[in-house]
Design a protein around this ligand. Structure first.
Ligand code: 1GP
Length: 226
């Protein structure tokens, strides 16, 4: 799975309602991939139900694994987050080790990519769950990203502001420090302008919430990145 070529991704939440009409619009939007994932109320059942609606559309479908019980076969790709600024080692490596205890025998490295998350919106559910240290200075944020890329050699980094538009300077400085890293950006992308601003520094822009709030705005983000 060549996620390196993705410029635009729609992140679909198994716990949110999406009409068939809206889904069709997303399928025909020109997006590069669907990423299925969420923090709240996500289980194998709703993950599979959503997957079943988007497979076989010709668009790659990836699963962002937030809990092992959600692991379902058939996805084109799997992303496993490790939260670099988590307040507890559980979210850096603990849950992962437990997942390997159970699922290590089916692990296929060709299908799995680790994502080094930097969670920077303290109000986001993911920040609370992972007790992330979000009050990083710009220099600290860059350092965390550098550790993820240079020391841990993670194949991708995810600058996560889930729920609000982030600090463009943070993304810009990380880009400048790590020209070779694959950077995902997500958070508050709601139309052309925000997509362009972050798209100037991110390799892949992830669009989530706005799908459920303003479909027209969500669709506009695709064209903005072409
Ligand atoms: C969430 O980064 C994604 O994990 C997208 O964020 O929902 O704010 O678009 P939004």
């Amino acid at each position: 799975m060549d996620f390196q070529s993705w410029r635009h991704v729609f992140k679909l939440d198994p716990n949110k309602r999406l009409t068939d009409e809206a889904l069709q619009a997303l399928i025909h939007s020109g997006t590069d991939a669907f990423l299925i994932g969420g923090t709240d109320g996500v289980d194998a059942e709703n993950t599979f139900a959503l997957y079943a609606r988007v497979r076989d559309t010709g668009i790659p479908v990836a699963l962002e694994i937030s809990q092992p019980s959600q692991i379902i076969h058939g996805f084109d790709h799997y992303f496993v987050p490790t939260v670099l600024n988590a307040g507890t080692p559980e979210w850096v490596i603990g849950h992962h080790a437990r997942a390997f205890e159970r699922y290590g025998h089916v692990f296929d490295s060709r299908l799995v990519t680790a994502q080094g998350y930097l969670v920077l919106n303290p109000d986001a559910k993911v920040a609370k769950v992972t007790e992330s240290r979000c009050d990083l200075s710009l220099e600290e944020a860059v350092s965390y990203a550098e550790v993820g890329h240079h020391l841990f050699r993670l194949p991708s980094l995810y600058i996560e502001y889930s729920g609000r538009f982030g600090d463009v300077d943070v993304l810009k400085e990380i880009r400048l420090a790590l020209p070779d890293a694959h950077l995902f950006y997500g958070g508050g992308i709601d139309g052309e302008e925000t997509a362009r601003l972050m798209g100037a520094y991110a390799d892949t822009v992830v669009v989530g919430n706005i799908i459920y709030e303003d479909l027209v705005g969500a669709l506009a983000t695709v064209q903005a990145l072409r």
